[in-house]
Design a protein around this ligand. Structure first.
Ligand SMILES: C[S@@+](CC[C@H](N)C(=O)[O-])C[C@H]1O[C@@H](n2cnc3c(N)ncnc32)[C@H](O)[C@@H]1O
Length: 194
């Protein structure tokens, strides 16, 4: 029963049916089972929002830090036909037999050594959970577009950074645009370099 949702997603992924995955009625499944795969379930409008801003800022793709199993990133790649990269820590976990399936190839990093981030990619932090690591990644990114996805007021979940309280360590970044993820009280905030 617990695996029903996961198996459905895996089977749709195998058939390349990303749109059907987006359209799944996640409310009819246990929240923790859904979040095991992905914390937010975006709409096509949300996908368009990401894509439009990447194009407007003359970038080539999306680099998602803390992408988990990469389900969002895979769906975005199928939707947009853009380059997508996913970064994760804990290679041991992701390559262990206990791990949930991965939908894209992950690039592993550790807390000490940060990967070289391509400035032609927008950075994405979706339900990221380490403010200090976030600031380190931002320090090593010379591009001009950062997306933060997480809860707005009253959602009752916690992320670090938060979409409207990002905690950048300087004033180089300004909120450029934002959009709610369906009507979930989760938001995608887009910050651009001043
Ligand atoms: C709450 S999960 C969100 C996963 C996915 N983005 C989603 O929305 O479903 C946070 C993820 O960030 C990863 N993470 C935490 N610290 C990290 C770091 N310093 N670098 C890369 N990934 C990190 C964790 O391993 C975890 O998979």
């Amino acid at each position: 029963m617990e695996n029903e949702f996961k198996n459905l997603v895996i089977s749709l992924h195998k058939q390349n049916k990303w749109k059907e995955i987006l359209d799944l009625d996640i409310n009819s499944h246990k929240q923790e089972v859904v979040r095991n795969l992905l914390w937010i379930w975006p709409s096509i409008d949300n996908m368009n929002f990401l894509k439009r801003l990447i194009i407007e800022n003359d970038l080539n793709g999306l680099a998602s830090v803390g992408c988990g199993c990469g389900l969002l990133e895979w769906m975005f790649r199928e939707f947009s036909d853009m380059n997508v990269l996913g970064y994760e820590i804990n290679k041991e976990w992701w390559t262990s037999k206990y791990s949930i399936p991965m939908f894209i190839d992950l690039i592993y990093c550790n807390q000490e050594t940060k990967p070289k981030l391509n400035p032609k990619y927008a950075l994405l932090f979706c339900y990221f959970n380490d403010g200090e690591a976030f600031r380190k990644y931002i320090r090593s990114y010379s591009g001009n577009l950062v997306f933060i996805i997480g809860p707005g007021e009253g959602k009752g979940t916690h992320t670090e950074p938060r979409p409207f309280k990002p905690g950048f360590e300087n004033n180089n970044w300004m909120l450029h645009d934002y959009q709610e993820v369906k009507d979930t009280k989760d938001f995608i905030a887009a910050y651009i370099r001043k």
